[in-house]
Design a protein around this ligand. Structure first.
Ligand SMILES: Nc1nc2c(ncn2[C@@H]2O[C@H](COP(=O)(O)OP(=O)(O)OP(=O)(O)O)[C@@H](O)[C@H]2O)c(=O)[nH]1
Length: 398
């Protein structure tokens, strides 16, 4: 369920909101006539700004796409070059663009001006060359293909086969990687295809502005996550904790949580298994009830902050976290498993049974006292944690 929720957040929700905004825009178009001139200017500004920001944040794929879209927009808004005026070239642009966007979905972000620039430029040229080859082959062998293939697969359908494949590939990539950049690339492809194929398309100025805004939000949100999320566990980071401190009132309590004997665990099972366990423990800590906000403080230490609650009133919620971790049988992923076939995996599992481990945590909790700063309260929670360790671990001390 949580994996589905994760995918919804990063893939389906942005697509849903973009689609909804574009439909709403379409409906309110008559009222926006007065803004026509501004709307036409908007993509120049937005795409240029987003290019600079994407370069600054090392999101080179979005920077490249923004530059290509800007170049296209400059050409298409030339009075002599309307989409109708593109004539035979519109298929080439559609397919070449779709192949380029798809290629961008599968490569990594690299510096915009680096040794990769040449590879990217050649890649874009090859995408357009492939599109040209496809269109040429389809028209050159049209009669043969018409005779050979069922009537159902008409010339138009054949021509756009690469587009359908691109859409499928980029969609699968988006589902698989489940991050905002993949979603932004998928939306670029949808809007690009829609611009050429839909009978009543949105004005190009609107779709280009929409894409620029999507890129901008993507870059900013990704950067926010980089700064405030812990990469391994996905929990909020220590930096986010100190951000929250700024908004805390006088009444709050802080809990410090630490995995017991984690060094021994690492020594027995290895650092990779240790990482797996950290992630799973973090997922249990994130489920804390009572309004607690969970953070990875560092290493195998976590912090939970309960705003407007004193220590005695949060004990039951912390006990819930401690118990859920104690009772959690963590199934270890066998690294060799990936290389085995499904049948072999099933056989190995039934022979050996699943390999499970369990860990416990100790917790120290302290109230914020009048006149104390956050660090002093944290220190008191740390001292309480030390007492919990001294008393034999797997317990809470106040
Ligand atoms: N796998 C993994 N281990 C980590 C990570 N961060 C810290 N550790 C390990 O966590 C261990 C912490 O050990 P100690 O602070 O000595 O404490 P402990 O073994 O948990 O013992 P007690 O806290 O006294 O119960 C060290 O071995 C660190 O290498 C991480 O991100 N991944």
């Amino acid at each position: 369920m949580s994996a589905f929720y994760h995918r919804c957040r990063y893939l389906f929700l942005p697509i849903f909101f973009t689609g909804l905004s574009l439909i709403l825009f379409q409906l309110s178009q008559p009222k926006l006539q007065a803004w026509q001139e501004t709307l036409v200017e908007l993509p120049y500004w937005l795409l240029s700004i987003v290019t600079l920001i994407a370069i600054q944040f090392n999101r080179s794929r979005l920077a490249y796409l923004a530059i290509l879209l800007l170049a296209y927009y400059v050409c298409i808004t030339e009075p002599r070059l309307t989409i109708e005026g593109l004539g035979q070239y519109s298929d080439l642009l559609l397919l070449g663009g779709a192949l380029t966007i798809t290629w961008f979905a599968f490569i990594k972000d690299r510096g915009l001006l680096s040794s990769h620039t040449l590879v990217r430029t050649i890649g874009i040229i090859l995408c357009f060359a492939a599109a040209f080859g496809w269109i040429w082959a389809n028209s050159h062998y049209r009669t043969q293909l018409d005779n050979f293939l069922p009537a159902l697969i008409s010339h138009e359908i054949r021509l756009f086969i690469p587009l359908y494949l691109c859409a499928l590939l980029v969609l699968l990539r988006g589902i698989w990687s489940s991050n905002l950049i993949s979603t932004a690339i998928l939306m670029t492809l949808l809007i690009w295809g829609g611009h050429f194929l839909l009978p009543n398309p949105l004005p190009i100025s609107v779709s280009m502005s929409a894409l620029a805004i999507i890129y901008l939000l993507t870059v900013l949100t990704e950067s926010y996550f980089l700064a405030y999320r812990d990469e391994l566990t996905g929990l909020a980071s220590r930096r986010a904790l100190y951000n929250l401190v700024l908004s805390l009132g006088q009444k709050y309590s802080v809990a410090m949580l630490d995995i017991d004997h984690f060094k021994k665990f690492n020594d027995t099972y290895g650092h990779d298994v240790g990482d797996q366990v950290l992630k799973l423990v973090a997922s249990k800590i994130a489920e804390v009830t009572g309004g607690g906000k969970a953070f990875r403080y560092g290493g195998e230490e976590f912090t939970i902050v309960f705003s407007r609650k004193d220590a005695s009133s949060v004990l039951a919620h912390l006990e819930g976290v401690r118990e859920s971790i104690e009772e959690y049988d963590i199934v270890l992923r066998d690294e060799k498993r990936k290389k085995q076939t499904k049948a072999k995996r099933a056989q190995a599992q039934s022979k050996s049974g699943k390999k499970t481990v369990s860990v416990t945590i100790s917790i120290g909790v302290a109230d914020h006292q009048h006149g104390e700063n956050f660090d002093q309260t944290m220190k008191n929670a740390d001292l309480a944690l030390y007492r919990a360790k001294q008393k034999g671990r797997n317990q809470i001390c106040i």
